[in-house]
Design a protein around this ligand. Structure first.
Ligand code: ATP
Length: 355
């Protein structure tokens, strides 16, 4: 099936006050499916907002095309696109009721009041605000205002909803609750969401696919699992979650396993398949890939922090080099100063060939 949204070779430059040029979108290609939750993730200034604005029509491309459902949107103004945006600031009208805020697009389109009332009530119900229509935005909590903004954005049944850091103003608990609600809502509505966030954890929990951007270009597109377990390069590996990168040289092969060492002598085990002694590469291990065992990398705990059910450790390898980040379930008796060995399953190592 053809994707809902097809972006091809999208390019947008901005002039800087100094007379230079910033490339905010540097030839972006992206497909989004009809019922997909896609997240744009990347450091500040990488072009996430510019890409979202290009899709909504608030920003025009210098070159490239944007198609939605097979129709070319590239030159259409925002109000002609079947796309809506939810902003971080909510952008609600403070002087009118929640119901009028939500029904505003229908009012402008000339839909009769009786019909509007039905659709507003239905939409408020969908976002968990049934019966709140007569309030004003100032009489609502932050989370409720965010739901009003959502209701207003979905009432006209867009094919695609764009969300620009919609949860960043909420506190942690409410944010986590809204993450689940948003994901459920997207599923129920069956429309595509493109969601912008700085927060990797949010991207990992909510998305069908994550688009990792850097300097106006896409570094990698994949499922959360793909991006976490199989980052294409160091940038993606370091941007998504805590990670340990070991620059190693393969020392020798023993059966199915290749033994590799860092310059300091920290030993990392890899699957042997096709490796040769002397080969240099980067081995990636996530904190949860380690266990405490009788044998392995010897080291001393320099920091131990409880985070919910996990114990997070920094372990200084005896051989030297950077501390290793470790997350373990059962850390009874382990604390700062504990000497231990860190073992790992060679199959859990993700290898980058770029060293
Ligand atoms: P953040 O996470 O900080 O919101 P972002 O990834 O959304 O960042 P963009 O806002 O898309 O990044 O900006 C991409 C680049 O384009 C940045 O270098 C930014 O300074 C520049 N830029 C964006 N809009 C304009 C503009 N209207 N005029 C000039 N430069 C701009």
């Amino acid at each position: 099936m053809a994707p809902l949204l097809e972006i091809r070779a999208a390019r947008r430059d901005f002039a800087t006050p100094e007379g230079g040029k910033i490339c905010a979108l540097d030839g972006v290609d992206l497909d989004v499916g009809a019922n997909e939750f896609v997240t744009l993730l990347g450091p500040s200034g990488c072009g996430k907002t510019t890409l979202l604005r290009a899709i909504s029509g608030f920003e025009m491309l210098d070159s490239g095309t944007i198609q939605l459902g097979g129709a070319d949107l590239t030159a259409l103004p925002p109000f002609r696109r079947p796309v809506n945006t939810v902003f971080q600031s909510y952008a609600l009208f403070g002087h009118i009721t929640v119901a009028r805020n939500v029904g505003y697009a229908l009012e402008v389109a000339g839909v009769a009041k009786a019909q509007r009332d039905v659709e507003v009530a239905e939409t408020l119900e969908k976002v968990g605000l049934a019966g709140m229509g007569t309030r004003r935005p100032s009489q609502l909590s932050g989370g409720q205002r965010q739901r009003v903004a959502l209701a207003r954005a979905i009432i006209a049944k867009p094919k695609l909803l764009l969300l620009d850091e919609p949860l960043s103003a909420l506190d942690r608990n409410l944010r986590q609750q809204m993450q689940i609600e948003l994901k459920n809502l997207q599923h129920r509505l069956g429309i595509a969401f493109i969601f912008v966030t700085h927060d990797q954890e949010e991207a990992l929990t909510m998305s069908d696919r994550i688009v990792v951007m850097r300097a106006g270009a896409i570094e990698q597109i994949g499922t959360p699992r793909d991006i976490y377990r199989h980052p294409r390069n160091r940038f993606v590996a370091e941007f998504i979650g805590e990670t340990n990168l070991f620059a190693v040289t393969v020392d020798r092969l023993e059966g199915d396993t290749a033994l590799a060492r860092t310059a300091e002598g920290v030993e990392v085990l890899l699957p042997a398949d096709g490796r040769k002694a002397g080969e240099r590469l980067t081995a990636i291990l996530r904190p949860a890939d380690f266990t405490i065992a009788a044998q392995g990398i010897p080291g001393t705990v320099t920091r131990a922090v409880y985070l919910g059910s996990d114990l997070h450790l920094s372990v200084a390898p005896e051989a030297g080099g950077p501390d290793i980040s470790v997350a373990i379930r059962d850390g009874l008796g382990v604390g700062e100063g504990t000497r231990l060995h860190l073992a790992h399953d060679p199959a859990r190592v993700h290898v980058l060939e770029d060293a």
